[in-house]
Design a protein around this ligand. Sequence first.
Ligand SMILES: Cc1cc2nc3c(=O)[nH]c(=O)nc-3n(C[C@H](O)[C@H](O)[C@H](O)COP(=O)(O)OP(=O)(O)OC[C@H]3O[C@@H](n4cnc5c(N)ncnc54)[C@H](O)[C@@H]3O)c2cc1C
Length: 470
Amino acid sequence: MTVVLLERGPWRDTVAVRAGGIKKCKPLPRTGGMFSVLRSLRRGKGPKNGIRLNKYGYLEMWIGDGIKVPCTSNVGGGSHIWAALLERAPQGFWDDRAMGLSDETLSLHYNRVERELKGIKPRDASAVPNLADEAWSNESCFAPLKDGEQPLLGILFPGPDGDLSAITDESGIVREPLDVNRDNGMFGSPGASKSTVDALFLLPALSKGLTVRDMHEVRRVSAGEAGGWTVEARDLRGGRNVTLAAPKLAVCAGTMNTNALLLSSRDSGGLSGLAALGKGLGANGDLIGKWPVEDRDTTIGPPSFGRVKIRGHEDSAYVILARGETPPVPGFLYNGARRKTSRSVEIVAMSQDAADGRIWSENGHIRFAFDLNGSSSYAAAMQAMDAVSETSGRPVAYPESEVLTAHPAGGCRISDDPNEGVVDGGGQVHDHPGLYIADASIFPQPVGVPPSLSIAAWASHVADHIVRSN
Ligand SMILES: Cc1cc2nc3c(=O)[nH]c(=O)nc-3n(C[C@H](O)[C@H](O)[C@H](O)COP(=O)(O)OP(=O)(O)OC[C@H]3O[C@@H](n4cnc5c(N)ncnc54)[C@H](O)[C@@H]3O)c2cc1C
């Protein structure tokens, strides 16, 4: 079997990618200002569709009715922007969703991807500034966590000697351990200390025959005349259209782009049916609050400081602290921007919201909407944040009428009933044999915790189905 991966973004210049021999790569956003960071704005409401600003840009913003979603554009996708918190879906999440699917089936895949993403706890927590269990435990608004409640981190931490020199792992991947004084969060990890999909999965697969075509934006998928699938893409670097055919096709463009691609492919006659496409869009209960701090610098440490529990609201949401991230301003503005950033921390609450949003197509425009008032979990998370404000005397600022979510889910949900869902328990699209979906758009409801481990476990499960179906 040969596998070709089409990705609209470029390879990013990290220690791992350079050592892997990739010549054409673009820098992670560091100093170019927000204009260089932004790839595109996608409007899901109003008369305009949006605009592409920079084909090599890192970040895409989707702006819909009641909901905003950032996502990225790179070989390796959102694993560059992520904070590398590895958490499993709540117990029972995969049970009774569809035939051939259960928590037990997925547990093998969780074990596998947790190992492959190299999830660990830091060896010496006291050497890592700002960790939730250590540095934030004296805040009276937080309650202690029990053993095993702190998520693993997909991060290469320095060894006991603190040496930051590059290390080559058993697969030949070169990475530098985390430098806690250097930005390694949202704008990527130049030393490759964060576990990213390009470094850990794609580079080793290149030597086994995988072809990666970066800067290839898929515009349409359709059923091939003689069976199989046809993919029409734009080679953004070469400025030409390309068409590929394959017996099997897995769409994994992330929740927003997968829904958009399938909706527009159906509009143009490439796909048919899919009664449930776009239903059940959820925002993972994400509520992001900004909390001023007085006695520490929040720009040092790992990309996320880990999980905390808000006293008196221990069960209202899964809450993490995200570090202050200096924006990629030009060098002469860096110190000022870093000082400003260092004075607050983000409190991010997640929960299993009602997933009652929708994404649809209207006269060739992709539209999407979500109303946080449909889910009681947002009100509960707001009360928890208010409790932090009250106990600490430092007010947490959060949005009250609109969701900003880094974790959109749904629209192509799993269900055996084609009126309720788009894929079956093996990830195959109903009535479209050989077409699979392998990202968070298949979640039948949000996981309510950091979702990437579950997305990876699902992708591993779907890959097994594809291989077995051959
Ligand atoms: C600031 C931040 C921190 C986060 N931290 C965590 C965390 O600690 N833990 C966690 O579990 N999750 C975290 N996440 C969420 C995580 O990044 C996403 O859940 C995850 O990346 C989604 O995976 P995906 O495979 O569904 O999509 P993506 O990772 O978005 O991958 C989709 C890829 O498809 C490409 N693509 C899209 N459309 C096309 C097209 N038409 N043609 C070709 N290619 C296309 C995109 O460029 C992208 O590279 C974080 C997110 C953000 C924004």
